[in-house]
Structures are given as structure tokens and as C-alpha cells.
Design a protein around this ligand. Structure first.
Ligand code: 5GP
Length: 189
């Protein structure tokens, strides 16, 4: 069984419970490392530089692009860049599988690059209405950014069938179990 150099990608519209599921996946597979992306968006309350993201200026991000520091990157929202760092994935992959949390285009790029060594999972809310409700309850968004995130979510849902697996997050514990099962069988492959 080879678990190094295997990449698990979780993709989900913002507010789909992905962060919680990602944390539980990391807890369940202690050898797995989270690849911390770089982003130009400002930290949310409670987010720590180097833990949740490497928070960088747009200038720094562009420098990283020029240096070839990214496996993939996207302008996920206007003026908001996010990218997977080669060095993060390389270091993490030396000792175990790697977990990525990226949006759809990033996930498709990782799949294209890593093929069978990548498992790309799409976690979706039961409906856009449920997603809107969850995002409102989370309270991290303004009405405008909420609208942007919902529009993006509607687009992202259209990509779901290109993923290796789709998990509907109707109930967090059930969705987590399903995700853990998928990851386990991928790692044992
Ligand atoms: P958030 O601002 O909610 O943390 O993230 C917004 C979106 O950016 C999420 O869908 C998240 O998965 C995605 N994202 C985070 N890091 C990366 C990355 O390195 N590359 C890509 N393509 N998307 C990312």
C-alpha cells in the first residue's frame, strides 16, 4: 500500500461544511498533511497565517506566479487569488498523503496533473437554498459577498459530475463518514 504522493482534494461551494469535513479527515488519517494555500484575501477572524492560508499581498502573489511556485492558482473572486504551492505539496507528500482544499478549476487541474494519484471529491449542499441559509448563519459575509458566493456555488455545482465522487452534505456526520470511506479505499488502493 502506497500512501505517499497521493493527493486527496476536497472541493465544495463555500459554506458546504467542507472545512469541518477536512478537519475530520485529517484527524482520521494522522499521516496526512494539509497543504496550506497562498491567498490574497484578508484573514477572517480566527484564521492564522501559515495555518489556514499563507496570507500574501497581490504583489507577492504575482511574484510567486513568476517564480513558478504554484501547482495551480485561480482568481477565485475578483481580485482574490488562491494558489497551491509546489513546496507545500512536495514537503507534505514526502511523508504521507496530502489534503487540498481548492475550488473546482483547481481540483480539475490537480486531477489532470496527478491522474490516479489524486482523488477529487466534490462536497455539495443539498440545495442552494440550504447553502444560502448556512452562509447567513455563519455570519462571515456581507450581503454582497454572500451573493457572489452563491452565484459561484451555482456555477460550481455544474462541474460536480466531473469529480471522482460527489458527497451530499445533508447531515454532517453522515457526509463525513462517506468521505472517510472514500478516502480510506483510495489510500488502500
Ligand atoms: P475561502 O475564501 O472561503 O477560504 O475560499 C474560497 C475558495 O477558494 C474555496 O472554494 C477554496 O476551496 C478555494 N481555494 C482555497 N485555496 C485554493 C487554492 O490553492 N487553489 C484554488 N484553485 N482554490 C483554492
Amino acid at each position: 500500500m502506497r500512501t505517499t504522493n497521493k493527493i486527496v482534494v476536497l472541493t465544495a461551494p463555500s459554506g458546504s461544511g467542507k472545512t469541518t469535513i477536512a478537519r475530520r479527515v485529517l484527524d482520521a488519517f494522522p499521516g496526512m498533511h494539509f497543504s496550506v494555500s497562498a491567498t490574497t484575501r484578508p484573514p477572517r477572524p480566527g484564521e492564522v497565517d501559515g495555518v489556514h492560508y499563507h496570507f500574501v499581498s497581490e504583489e507577492e502573489f504575482r511574484r510567486l506566479i513568476d517564480e513558478g511556485a504554484f501547482i495551480e492558482y485561480e482568481e477565485v473572486y475578483p481580485g482574490r487569488f488562491y494558489g497551491t504551492l509546489v513546496r507545500e505539496v512536495r514537503e507534505a507528500a514526502r511523508t504521507g498523503p496530502v489534503l487540498l482544499d481548492v475550488e473546482v478549476k483547481g481540483a480539475m487541474n490537480v486531477k489532470r496533473l496527478f491522474g490516479d494519484d489524486a482523488l477529487v471529491i466534490f462536497i455539495r449542499p443539498p440545495s442552494l437554498a440550504v447553502l444560502a441559509e448556512r452562509l447567513r448563519r455563519r455570519g462571515t459575509e456581507t450581503e454582497a459577498s454572500l451573493r457572489t458566493r452563491l452565484e459561484r456555488a451555482a456555477q460550481e455545482l455544474e462541474y460536480a459530475d466531473r469529480f471522482d465522487a460527489v458527497v451530499v452534505n445533508d447531515e454532517l456526520d453522515r457526509a463525513t463518514e462517506e468521505t472517510l470511506r472514500l478516502v480510506r479505499s483510495f489510500l488502500e488502493r
